[in-house]
Design a protein around this ligand. Structure first.
Ligand code: GRF
Length: 192
C-alpha cells in the first residue's frame, strides 16, 4: 500500500450548519496515520453554528457564506478551488446546493442522512420511522446529485427501533453510528 503523507492526502471541506458532531468525528479520523484525508476547510451557512468551534480547537480554516444566491455560491466555489478541495462532505448542512454548484464537483460531494435511504428523504426522518412502526432505521452516506437525498448510496448502517424509542432517543442512537459510518464511507468513496 502506498504510504500516505501530508502531500498525497486528499483535501476535504466539511459543510455544517449546526452542532458538528460528525465534523468532529471526521477531524479525528483525518488525524489517524492511515487516513487518506486532510480537513482543510470548514464551511457553514450559519455563523452561529456550534460546530465552528472545532475550527478554532483544531486550527482549521473556517468560512461562513449565506448560500443565498449565485454570487454567494460562486464565492464558495472559488474558495474550494483555491484550497484544492478534492472532496466535500456535507455533515448536517441544511442548505440545498444548486445544480450549478453540484455540477462543479460532480461525484465529489458526499452527504450523511439519518435514515435508511431511499426511505425518508428530507426532514423528520426519526418521527416518520417511528410513526410507521418500522423495526429498523439507520443512516446513509450517499453521493449528492441534483435530487434531494437521491444520489448513489455508498454505505449504510442499520439501527433497531425499540418500542420505547422516541425521535430523540433514536436520533441519538443513529448519530453514534453516523460517527463511524462517515469515515468508512469516505474510504470507500475514494476507492471508487
Ligand atoms: C445528523 O443526524 C446528520 O445525519 C443530519 O444532521 C445531523 C447533524 O448532526 N444530516 P451533527 O451536526 O453532525 O452533530
Amino acid at each position: 500500500m502506498a504510504l500516505l503523507t501530508g502531500s498525497n492526502k486528499k483535501n476535504v471541506a466539511v459543510f455544517i450548519s449546526g452542532t458538528g458532531s460528525n465534523l468532529k468525528s471526521l477531524i479525528k479520523f483525518s488525524k489517524l496515520k492511515k487516513s487518506q484525508i486532510i480537513i482543510k476547510l470548514i464551511i457553514s451557512n450559519n455563523s452561529k453554528a456550534k460546530g465552528l468551534q472545532y475550527a478554532n480547537i483544531y486550527k482549521i480554516k473556517k468560512k461562513v457564506f449565506d448560500f443565498k444566491n449565485t454570487l454567494s455560491e460562486k464565492k464558495v466555489i472559488n474558495e474550494l478551488k483555491n484550497n484544492d478541495i478534492h472532496l466535500i462532505c456535507l455533515a448536517g448542512f441544511m442548505k440545498i446546493l444548486s445544480k450549478n454548484f453540484i455540477n462543479n464537483f460532480k461525484g465529489k460531494i458526499l452527504n450523511i442522512h439519518p435514515s435508511l435511504l431511499p426511505k425518508y428523504k428530507g426532514l423528520n426522518t426519526h418521527e416518520r420511522a417511528i410513526r410507521n412502526k418500522d423495526k429498523y432505521s439507520g443512516c446513509s452516506v450517499h453521493i449528492v446529485n441534483s435530487r434531494l437525498d437521491s444520489g448513489r448510496i455508498i454505505s449504510q448502517k442499520k439501527v433497531r427501533i425499540n418500542k420505547f424509542d422516541t425521535p430523540k432517543t433514536l436520533a441519538k442512537k443513529i448519530l453514534t453510528k453516523e460517527h463511524k459510518l462517515y469515515p468508512a464511507a469516505i474510504i470507500k468513496a475514494l476507492s471508487l
